[in-house]
Design a protein around this ligand. Structure first.
Ligand code: AHR
Length: 518
């Protein structure tokens, strides 16, 4: 009897310990209700004339020993092609509102040199201008998104830029484009009317900006076959007042969308933002907490948009987002060069899950930035190139581009830190044009593996067709020029299927993307 009792208690104890050690989440996958499309533009990028993003990162010049096509480095192009970058925003950022596009066309030897007053006061050679940007987009296979200069430019200047890029009619401007080597119009669809007009773009009031927007937008014309998608410079994160004034003062038909910028600063303190790689669990937790706040921002901004635009004609365009840390020691503070860790990848994956879930309103997003600046997908050093953990998230998640969102009902245990907690698991799912379903799951808990139970009330006929895992030993691990492949996706097989119920063993601090087919 005593023996039996001890065996039983031992088994119960073991079971209890097991349950404690492996918490469980449940995801109800409503695959029969996949109606809303996840715009591919949610997976967009942003490149500014800032630090080494354009110069070094994208443009090395025709005479460089780094393999290039007309000055554009080919390793970077290939890497961006692989992740199917759908849209690239350029030339800024704050730089956009002091950029005069005519300085950047024509004979490179004749282009004026200007000063990049926003980013370190360095000399801007204007070697990379409109034609070079359009060629870069062509090579990458993405749509261009141009941010026009409202802060220090003129209506005429912006309106002529649209004409230069989009018109095939005979005019002095289009003749000039032809003399500069481009016969037919490129037909750029996306146009930002200013950038952060509440800040570096002119420190305007929303009322003043709304008036300016109306004026600028009136003279940015639709040329035949080139209708413009105009984007107003929207709020800083949770600023509801800025959003509401724009919604009240600008007729909806004058805008395709309204932008929103939100950066995740690990400490929340812009003077000491925190290191990109040297951080403890306190900053790991606060980074995730601040980053996941994106969901709240979108909920609140969308609620406001729904009041003025219940038909959802207007897009919300999150055209700057990402983690912003202190720069790497020894680098120019104005160049915003930072490393990129597994933590950043977990936040990118979680943020993209949030954007997918908000795809009825969020129709474009642009990571800040592409190469060598902030939460880049690529770092370069001379001829070397490193793909960051964030790059691999975009690679894994490209399957969601233009796929139909599958609604999920998620119950998750918490990741507890001190007396605070966050949902440990987040997810999104979609069905692509071939009928395959992809489910992206993130476990942000750095200590606990979690069993995720997937239930399919709609259909029993899905079959596991492959999985990919992104993780590493430590949340501050990163890919360096010495060890460029420390973090990259590996094949994932921790899935068991039993009828309509699947179990997925999610390792601690990991991203998993599953492919299911019928
Ligand atoms: O991405 C860096 C800067 O952050 C951009 O130039 C500006 O728009 C934002 O404040």
């Amino acid at each position: 009897m005593i023996k039996h009792f001890s065996l039983l208690s031992f088994m119960l104890l073991a079971l209890g310990l097991h349950i404690q050690a492996q918490p469980q989440a449940t995801v109800l996958v409503n695959d029969a209700q996949a109606h809303q499309t996840i715009s591919r533009y949610i997976y967009g990028m942003f490149s500014e004339h800032l630090g080494r993003d354009i110069y070094d990162g994208i443009w090395v010049g025709k005479n460089s020993s780094i393999p290039n096509k007309d000055g554009i480095r080919l390793d970077v192009v290939e890497a961006l092609r692989r992740i199917h970058v759908p849209v690239m925003r350029w030339p800024g950022g704050c730089f956009a509102d002091e950029y005069h596009w005519k300085d950047g066309v024509g004979d490179p030897a004749q282009r004026p040199k200007t000063i990049n007053t926003n980013w370190g006061g360095v000399t801007e050679t204007n070697a990379f201008g409109t034609h070079e940007f359009m060629e870069f987009c062509r090579l990458v296979g993405c749509d261009p998104y141009i941010a026009g200069n409202v802060g220090s430019g003129t209506v005429q200047e912006m309106s002529e830029w649209v004409e230069y890029l989009n018109s095939n009619q005979e005019s002095s401007i289009t003749e000039w484009r032809k003399r500069n080597g481009q016969d037919s119009a490129w037909k750029v669809p996306f146009w930002g009317v200013g950038n952060e007009s509440w800040g570096c773009g002119g420190n305007m009031t929303p009322e003043y900006y709304a008036d300016l927007y109306r004026r600028y937008a009136s003279f940015c014309k639709n040329y035949p076959g080139a209708p413009l998608k105009k984007i107003a410079s929207g709020p800083n994160g949770h600023d509801l007042h800025w959003m509401e004034v724009l919604l009240q003062d600008i007729p909806h038909w004058m805008m395709w969308g309204i932008s929103l910028h939100y950066y995740t600063v690990p400490t929340g303190n812009w003077s000491h933002k925190g290191s990109a790689t040297d951080f403890g669990e306190d900053q790991y937790f606060s980074t995730l907490k601040r980053g996941l706040y994106m969901d709240q921002i979108l909920n609140d901004q969308e609620a406001l948009m729904n009041r003025y635009d219940p038909q959802k004609r207007l897009a919300l365009v999150v055209d700057e987002w990402g983690v912003w840390t202190d720069v790497e020691p020894g680098t120019n503070p104005a160049f915003l060069y930072q490393q990129n860790s597994l933590r950043d990848a977990l936040l990118a994956a979680s943020t993209l899950n949030i954007f997918n879930q908000h795809c009825d309103r969020v129709r474009m997003a642009n990571l800040a930035q592409t190469v060598n600046v902030l939460q880049s997908v690529i770092l370069t050093h001379g001829p070397q190139m490193v793909l960051t953990p964030t790059y691999w998230v975009f690679d894994l998640y490209k399957v969601h581009q233009d796929a139909r969102l599958v609604p999920l009902q998620l119950q998750t245990p918490d990741y507890v830190f001190g007396d605070d907690s966050l949902p440990a698991i987040n997810a999104s799912a979609s069905i692509d044009s071939t009928g395959a379903m992809h489910i992206s799951l993130v476990n942000i808990d750095p200590h606990q593996a979690i069993t995720v139970k997937l239930e399919f009330p709609g259909s029993a006929s899905w079959k596991f067709s492959g999985g990919q895992l992104l993780t590493s030993a430590h949340v501050n691990d990163c890919n360096t020029f010495e060890h460029p492949d420390l973090i990259h996706p590996t094949s994932f097989s921790g899935v068991r299927q039993s009828g309509n119920v699947w179990t997925v063993q999610m390792p601690a601090k990991s991203v998993v993307v599953l492919t299911l087919k019928k």
